[in-house]
Each structure stands twice: as structure tokens, then as C-alpha cells.
Design a protein around this ligand. Structure first.
Ligand SMILES: [Zn+2]
Length: 438
């Protein structure tokens, strides 16, 4: 009784005859079935994968040795002998995700089910790549202090500002920290002995929204991060869409005002020059200077340059006309960009996140109205636009999620993923053939 998706006979493990590749594929297949089902048995996994019980039994031995599975009793009898049940252990290994902002790392520790077990915030004394990597090492020690370091996955997820070549782990350009062509993954490997997967922090925050936030039930979503810049994480069928060289989602550089202000990217009228945090504060300052009467004047006092977008949203929520006007102007620019996203991608959900997006619930109504006016009715009818409920650790959680997407491969990759099993692995080992029973 084989499942329809049973592999061909040649993919099976035969003593002395298996290729290394099909052996690895078989191990991954068995582990992924066990991970999805949580509890299973050798006969059941053999039926589902189409592999022989001997092969599956040997793989289960290995999973027990690695500590990723444990025995948890016997299955109900179906007439013959009762099969040994095995349980997937989400606490067998831990993932670390980290996100960099100017002057600070935020780091999270999760189990294999993406449950956040600990968080840490570590100051970075200067924004040079070397200082940042050194501080990441400190942050890693802090966040993993309460667990066996030997159980950390051998890959760390990192979110950084800027445009990132994710394939090669190189930060191509990050204005926030003044980086150009920084080979961050290589530096982390050299200094901390960990492989690193590096991506833009706003894009990976979309993964956090999928696992823990507004996107838990959706397939297609776009997360729009508004902070000192604007960036989007495009999620297609619950996977992050990275594009040809991992630059997809540079929403902040969509032109929304053809002859608008010059952007450091070289273009004019980019969205982030009109609607990111600094632009919102700048617009409010300009309107105050024109003699607008607003409580913002007293908030700003002698230092209008210290006004923040959050101040403006707060005062707008109190009913101030000048601040409300600023919010409406910003919602208009954002609405153009979001309407384009709705028409292009037809998402189920758009989430406004990042520190400015989260602080701006009063942006939602005018923005949605602008999108309704501009987007085509049919795709608009399928979309909800909401504010993120995730906190400031969202990019770090998303960076961990990037690692967890390949946790099974990392665990099976061998000795670099030391999972804290007993040194020879024999304490958890069952007698040969112990699972091969009905
Ligand atoms: Zn630009």
C-alpha cells in the first residue's frame, strides 16, 4: 500500500547501492513527514514515503541519535504487533535570528517550531562591519545563555538595513549604517564559526508576520515596513519572494511624484522621500513654518528638528487639523504605491509595519480610502489592509524563520549541527529492526 507520491524504486536505500544524494533525500523526506505529523511510526512512515521499512528504520535510528526524535510509546494494535511511536522534538535544536539597526542588534532564540524562547538587545559601539560582527557575537551569547550552546543550529539568520545579495551574503548598500559591499556572511563565518543567511530586515519581518502576526492564515501577503526608509516583503504562497538578485520589494523607490524631491538612489519623487519617517516630520515642520497653528509647535519647542513621525500621528489622533492634514498627504502618497501593489500582486493582505507603520493606526483609514479610489475594484475586493501587531523584534523573528525554513536540512547536514545528543548516540538507540513492526 504505497502512497501516490511514492518515489521510484531507485530512490530507495539499498545496502551498498544507494547514492549519497538519494540517501540524503530519503532522510529529509522521513524527517519532514515526522515534523508535519509530530508523532508517527516506522510502518506508517514507510507507507507514506514509499521507502522500505529497513530504510526508514535506519533513518529513524539516525534521528534518535541526533535527538530530533524520541520514542513515545506504542501504536494501537491493528491486529499484529504494535508499532513503536516516535515523536518529533521541536526543542532538539534552537535557531537564532538577529536584526541590525544603527547602534543596536536585536536577537531572538527560537525552538524548531518558531516559538520565541528568549530575546536580547545589544548595543553596537560603532557601525563599522567589524564592530557589528563583534557585537553580534555578544548578542548571541546573551540570547543563548539559558540553553545548551551545542544545540544551536549551525546557521544564523540575519536581517540588515539596505539592499542585500542574499545568495552571497553581501550587504550591497546600506545607507543607515554606511555600508557598501560588506561580505557579512563571510565575516560572521570567520569570527563566529556560523554560517549566516542574510537578507533585508524589512523583508524578513514579513516572515514574522506570517508565523506570529496578521498573516497566520494567509497565502499571499505584502508587508510594508515604514521607518527611516520604506521597504516591502512580498510573500507568495507563504514564501518570501526575493527576485532575480534578492532586491524585490524596494517599494521605497517607487516613483509617486515625477518631479518630486531627489532621492539618494538618483531618482526623483521616490515614495520614501515623501512618506518615510523623516519625510513625514519634514512635511510637518514645513507646514508649521508656514504659520500653521498646532500643538505640534509646543511639542517641537525650540527644536523642531527633533519632531518625529510618531509625534505627528499622536497629535493627529488628538484631532489637530495640521497633523491630520500631514497624515492625509502621506496617506495619499502611500495609497498610490499600495494601489499599485494591489493591482500587480492581488494580495489577500497588506500589513503596515516598521516603527512608523505600527505607530500609525490613524493612517489606515485615509490610506485604505486612497487605495479604494485608485486600485481596480476586483483585486481591491480581495485585500485587507491592516496595521502590524508585532513588536520591534519582528525582523529578528523573521530572520530566525529564514533559518527554520531549512532546519531539517541543517540538522541532517551532520557534525556541524551538534544537537546535544549523547556523544556516541547509543542511549536513545533501539535494537535493530525495533520499528519494523505492525
Ligand atoms: Zn529612490
Amino acid at each position: 500500500m504505497r502512497s501516490k507520491s511514492a518515489p521510484t524504486h531507485s530512490a530507495d536505500t539499498r545496502p551498498g547501492g544507494e547514492s549519497a544524494r538519494s540517501g540524503a533525500a530519503n532522510r529529509l523526506r522521513v524527517l519532514e513527514y515526522l515534523r508535519t505529523q509530530r508523532v508517527s511510526s516506522c510502518p506508517r512512515l514507510a507507507r507514506q514515503t514509499g521507502l522500505s521499512r529497513t530504510t526508514v528504520g535506519a533513518i529513524l535510528d539516525e534521528l534518535l541519535r541526533l535527538g530530533i526524535a524520541e520514542q513515545t510509546g506504542l501504536a494501537d494494535s491493528s491486529g499484529g504487533r504494535r508499532a513503536v511511536l516516535l515523536r518529533y522534538k521541536p526543542d532538539a535544536a534552537y535557531a537564532v535570528g538577529a536584526s541590525l539597526a544603527p547602534g543596536q542588534w536585536r536577537t531572538v532564540l527560537t525552538d524548531l517550531d518558531a516559538r520565541v524562547l528568549n530575546v536580547a538587545s545589544t548595543r553596537v559601539l560603532d557601525d563599522s562591519p567589524a564592530a557589528c560582527v563583534a557585537a553580534l557575537g555578544e548578542s548571541l551569547v546573551a540570547v543563548a545563555a539559558s540553553v545548551d550552546r551545542g544545540r544551536l543550529l549551525s546557521v544564523i539568520g540575519i536581517g540588515t538595513p539596505g539592499v542585500v545579495d542574499t545568495l552571497n551574503g553581501v550587504v550591497k548598500s546600506a545607507v543607515d549604517v554606511g555600508w557598501n559591499d560588506v561580505p557579512l556572511a563571510r565575516m560572521v563565518q570567520d569570527r563566529l564559526g556560523l554560517r549566516a543567511v542574510v537578507a533585508n530586515r524589512s523583508r524578513v519581518a514579513a516572515l514574522a508576520e506570517l508565523s506570529d502576526g496578521a498573516g497566520r492564515e494567509v497565502q499571499d501577503m505584502i508587508y510594508v515596513s515604514i521607518s527611516t526608509s520604506i521597504s516591502a516583503g512580498i510573500v507568495y504562497r507563504r514564501q518570501l519572494y526575493l527576485g532575480a538578485n534578492s532586491a524585490a520589494g524596494e517599494l521605497g523607490h517607487m516613483t509617486v511624484l515625477p518631479d518630486g524631491p531627489l532621492c539618494p538612489c538618483g531618482n526623483r519623487g521616490c515614495l520614501e522621500q515623501l512618506a518615510a519617517g523623516p519625510a513625514i516630520a519634514q512635511l510637518a515642520r514645513a507646514r508649521l513654518k508656514q504659520g500653521g497653528d498646532s500643538p505640534l509647535a509646543s511639542v517641537a519647542g525650540a527644536h523642531p528638528e527633533q519632531l518625529t513621525a510618531e509625534d505627528i500621528f499622536r497629535v493627529a489622533a488628538q484631532g489637530d487639523a495640521l497633523a491630520i492634514g500631514v497624515v492625509q498627504t502621506v496617506a495619499g502618497y502611500l495609497g498610490i504605491a499600495v494601489a499599485n501593489l494591489v493591482n500587480l500582486f492581488n494580495p489577500e493582505l497588506i500589513v503596515l509595519g516598521g516603527p512608523v507603520g505600527r505607530a500609525a493606526p490613524n493612517l489606515l483609514a485615509p490610506l485604505t480610502e486612497e487605495v479604494r479610489r485608485r486600485a481596480m475594484g476586483y483585486p481591491f475586493s480581495a485585500v485587507r489592509i491592516v496595521t502590524s501587531q508585532m513588536g520591534p523584534y519582528a525582523p529578528a523573528i523573521g530572520a530566525a524563520a529564514l533559518v527554520l525554513q531549512q532546519s531539517s536540512q541543517i540538522i541532517l547536514a551532520g557534525p556541524t549541527a551538534r544537537l546535544g545528543a549523547s556523544p556516541r548516540g547509543d542511549t536513545a538507540r533501539a535494537p535493530a529492526g525495533a520499528y519494523d513492526r505492525d
